[in-house]
Unconditional design. Structure first.
Length: 138
């Protein structure tokens, strides 16, 4: 797919979900190696990437971790791969790989299904501050 930076992993997230937006801010905080870029699934760039990958987001309620030219992952696998890039206590999250993907995704789906009820929802996608703009695709 043209016009995507090379050597970056792209996280596509639900731009109106408070939990998702807070998670993006956490990833930015712990992304010391500057590995990730972000775009809301609802954004033009997000829709372009989702269409390029052939993902039906009405059937997959998930974050998407896309490494252009390599692969993409969803749900718990995407979350664990993201956390694998962090150091310190985050390395402990790698213990979750011992669980089968179906079990991990069952937990992921339960949280995803209830995220608006538990954490709330915005009327529109988050607009990054000036200092964070370089972490988001336009």
């Amino acid at each position: 797919m043209p016009n995507l930076p090379i050597n970056k992993k792209i996280i596509l997230f639900d731009g109106v979900c408070n939990l998702c937006n807070n998670s993006v801010l956490k990833v930015i905080k712990y992304d010391k190696k500057n590995v990730f870029l972000f775009t809301a699934i609802q954004s033009e760039k997000g829709k372009e990437i989702v269409n390029h990958l052939g993902i039906d987001v009405s059937n997959i309620d998930s974050i998407i971790l896309y490494e252009p030219g390599v692969s993409y992952d969803i749900k718990s696998t995407a979350a664990l791969k993201i956390m694998n890039e962090f150091s310190g206590f985050w390395k402990l999250t790698q213990l979750f790989w011992i669980f089968p993907e179906s079990f991990r995704n069952y937990i992921y789906d339960y949280i995803a299904k209830n995220r608006y009820k538990w954490f709330g929802k915005k009327e529109s996608c988050m607009i990054p501050t000036q200092e964070l703009k370089n972490k988001f695709l336009n």
